[in-house]
Each structure stands twice: as structure tokens, then as C-alpha cells.
Design a protein around this ligand. Structure first.
Ligand SMILES: *Cc1c(COP(=O)(O)O)cnc(C)c1O
Length: 237
């Protein structure tokens, strides 16, 4: 298990790689947020990473995430839910997470907004877009995603801040580029069509093996697990 010193080196190296990728396309590296995906790793690893200054952490399973959120209440961390959220857990999720990247239905959006209002919180939400039309993936196709962005204008407490995508797994990071580009172009087109730009500022895309390509294509949030914490023993669904 990596020590706090190991984690500091890895996280610094990822920041350097983000900065190089951003420089290459004349973007400001400060516009890119590194989310450390701690799924399957114990809360001690989260604490060790937090000790290096890492603030944003992500999980893909609600139950596991809620435990870590609870166990790190003493730290000022921002928790991201990057995996599927069932509507019956919307209420808990609304108050536990600063960011929910997996909005994929109107019912979920409305439930989170209502719970956020009741709880006096304002979680940031991203619509998960399924660009490849994969049956096995969560997220909604572009047309339905557009409807969700439209509907999010009526949110009272929760705030839509952007789009997220999880493209099909590929060996060569360059093969992921068209998907990342597609998400950015979709966002740009919707803004040109009159969607409020403030609701579409964030693009959550890129993981351990392809985050540099994602940064070049406009990612504002990269979700990195393995490159920080190491290989996961259990492959989560
Ligand atoms: C696990 C996971 C990641 C991180 O994947 P790595 O390849 O370990 O960096 C990113 N996004 C989502 C949605 C995940 O489930």
C-alpha cells in the first residue's frame, strides 16, 4: 500500500502531466481539477492522500462512498460520486456529495434537487452522457442529456455544472480522443443554441491511462484512481 510520501510523488507527477497537456493546447492548468478515485481502497489511503493536500476524492458506489464521507468528516474534503445512483438513494447522496457526476434521469435530478432543498445544501451536478450507446454503461444518449440540461434550469437547490462521460475502454489513449472531443463539441453546440454556459462549464472526462488526452480536449475534471493508489484487487462493477 503506498505511503503518504509515495502518494505525494504520484499526485505531483500527475499534476505535472496535466500541466504539460494543458500547456500543449494553451489551457490554464489551474482550470483542471484532479479527482482522486479511491474506490476499493481503505479510508486510511484517503487520509494519506489528503495529507499531501489532495482535496477532491471520488467513489463509484454509494454505500462505500457514504462510509468514507462519514469517516472523513473531520477533513475538509470534496466528495464526488462518479458511479450510478439509484433514485432511492438520491436523498442521502444529495447531502453527502459536493459533486454528483452521474445524473441520468429526470426523476433522479428532481429527487436530488428536492433533497438538497430540504437539507439546505447545493450539490453540483453533471449529466452523464453515453456517447457510444453501450448497453452496459449508464448515462443517457445526447438527445436525452440535452433534455436533462434543459430541465435542470428549474432546479431550486442543486446546480447543474456540466457533463461527464465514460467512453468505451481502449488500449491506446488516442482512441479515446474522439469521444472526449465529441463531448466538448456537444457542449459547445448547446451553448451556441442558447443553453446557459454556466450550467455547462465542467467536462468530467479522462482516467488514469487517458487523462492527458482528455485535458487536451477540454476536460476540467479528470478522474484518476490507479495512477494514484495503484491497481485495485477487486474489479468493481
Ligand atoms: C474507477 C473509475 C475511474 C478511475 O479509473 P482509473 O483507471 O483507476 O483511473 C474514473 N471514473 C469512473 C467513473 C470510475 O468508475
Amino acid at each position: 500500500m503506498p505511503s503518504s510520501a509515495d502518494l505525494a510523488v504520484r499526485i505531483r507527477s500527475i499534476h505535472e502531466r496535466i500541466a504539460r497537456a494543458a500547456d500543449a493546447v494553451r489551457r490554464n492548468p489551474a482550470d483542471i481539477r484532479l479527482i482522486a478515485i479511491s474506490k476499493t481502497f481503505p479510508v486510511e489511503q484517503v487520509r494519506a492522500a489528503a495529507a499531501t493536500g489532495q482535496v477532491d476524492f471520488g467513489e463509484n458506489k454509494v454505500q462505500e462512498a457514504l462510509q468514507k464521507v462519514e469517516a472523513t468528516r473531520d477533513l475538509a474534503l470534496a466528495w464526488h460520486l462518479v458511479g450510478h445512483l439509484q433514485t432511492n438513494k438520491a436523498k442521502k447522496a444529495a447531502t453527502a456529495f459536493a459533486f454528483i457526476h452521474s445524473i441520468d434521469s429526470l426523476e433522479l435530478l428532481q429527487k436530488i434537487d428536492r433533497a438538497a432543498g430540504d437539507g439546505g445544501v447545493a450539490p453540483a451536478l453533471l449529466v452523464q452522457v453515453d456517447l457510444a450507446g453501450e448497453d452496459t454503461k449508464f448515462g443517457v444518449p445526447p438527445d436525452a442529456a440535452r433534455d436533462l440540461v434543459f430541465a435542470a434550469r428549474d432546479c431550486r437547490a442543486a446546480r447543474l455544472v456540466g457533463l461527464m462521460t465514460l467512453p468505451p475502454a481502449v488500449d491506446d489513449p488516442e482512441q479515446a480522443r474522439p469521444w472526449f472531443r465529441q463531448l466538448r463539441e456537444l457542449r459547445d453546440r448547446w451553448i451556441a443554441d442558447g443553453m446557459p454556459a454556466g450550467m455547462l462549464g465542467e467536462l468530467s472526462m479522462g482516467m488514469s491511462h487517458d487523462f492527458e488526452v482528455a485535458v487536451q480536449e477540454g476536460a476540467t475534471m479528470v478522474r484518476v484512481g490507479t495512477a494514484i493508489f495503484g491497481t485495485r484487487d477487486v474489479q468493481p462493477a
